[in-house]
Design a protein around this ligand. Structure first.
Ligand SMILES: CC(C)(COP(=O)(O)OP(=O)(O)OC[C@H]1O[C@@H](n2cnc3c(N)ncnc32)[C@H](O)[C@@H]1OP(=O)(O)O)[C@@H](O)C(=O)NCCC(=O)NCCS
Length: 201
């Protein structure tokens, strides 16, 4: 039984991994990128290399995702600010009746699960968008934003996930120590691991 729909016009780089129940058409995916289950990627979308697109995410026409980007679960992109099903005469709209507005996610950025990104915005390099956020404006590079509407929480000063918030105090460490206490594990050692190791955990 066929459990994926990947049309002939999809361009796939080498070693792209695509899980089941995926619908891809007219898009381009760079090498080593992983596409989770129940993801839809529309025509004209470009996705760079070494990206992770988690399950249940919708990536619409007009979206450009650069290399090494992490997209969480159930992330929604938007390309039409004032959508309508029909024209004034009651006829269903066609492609010529609306304008597709682009969105760009720059290299190394991460979009948290359940986030919605309005269109016409750029998420800067290495930025992080918090889970469940509604992003209405550009996100500066190396910045964490969260909330609805998403607001800047802080800048990121290094690539260590535990201190990725750019906290100058010990709160990253304290977070993992709190997990140690609750779950009796040694989560604090995670602090030493790379982002890639954590994502593969
Ligand atoms: C935003 C995030 C990166 C944390 O960044 P941080 O700078 O370490 O933020 P903190 O945890 O110190 O929280 C700072 C404030 O933001 C709030 N906050 C944190 N995450 C938030 C979110 N997703 N939405 C809204 N507010 C959020 C906190 O409650 C806190 O508020 P307070 O100051 O009123 O107490 C993290 O919470 C997040 O959402 N990560 C995405 C995880 C994800 O989706 N992973 C997908 C794979 S499982």
């Amino acid at each position: 039984m066929q459990t994926q729909r990947i049309t002939a016009d999809v361009r796939l780089g080498t070693n792209v991994k695509i899980y089941d129940f995926v619908n891809l058409y007219g898009c381009a995916i760079g090498e080593n990128t992983k596409i989770g289950t129940f993801v839809e990627i529309q025509k004209g979308v470009t996705i760079g290399k070494n990206c992770k697109i988690s399950s249940h995410t919708f990536i619409c026409e007009g979206v450009m995702i650069e290399d090494e980007v992490f997209i969480g679960h159930n992330v929604t992109f938007i390309n039409d600010v004032y959508p309508r099903a029909t024209e004034a005469n009651g006829k269903l709209q066609t492609e010529t009746d609306w304008v597709c507005i682009p969105t760009r996610v720059k290299a190394g950025a991460s979009i948290g699960s359940g986030a919605t990104l309005l269109c016409g915005i750029t998420v800067g390099e290495n930025a992080i968008v918090g889970a469940g956020s509604v992003v209405t404006k550009d996100v500066p590079p190396n910045t964490i934003v969260a909330g609805n509407p998403a607001r800047v929480l802080r800048k990121i000063h290094d690539s260590n996930p535990a201190s990725a918030a750019g906290k100058n105090d010990d709160s990253g460490k304290q977070f993992f120590q709190r997990l140690d206490k609750t779950y009796g594990n040694s989560f604090s050692s995670w602090e030493q691991r790379s982002v890639e190791q954590l994502q593969n955990f």
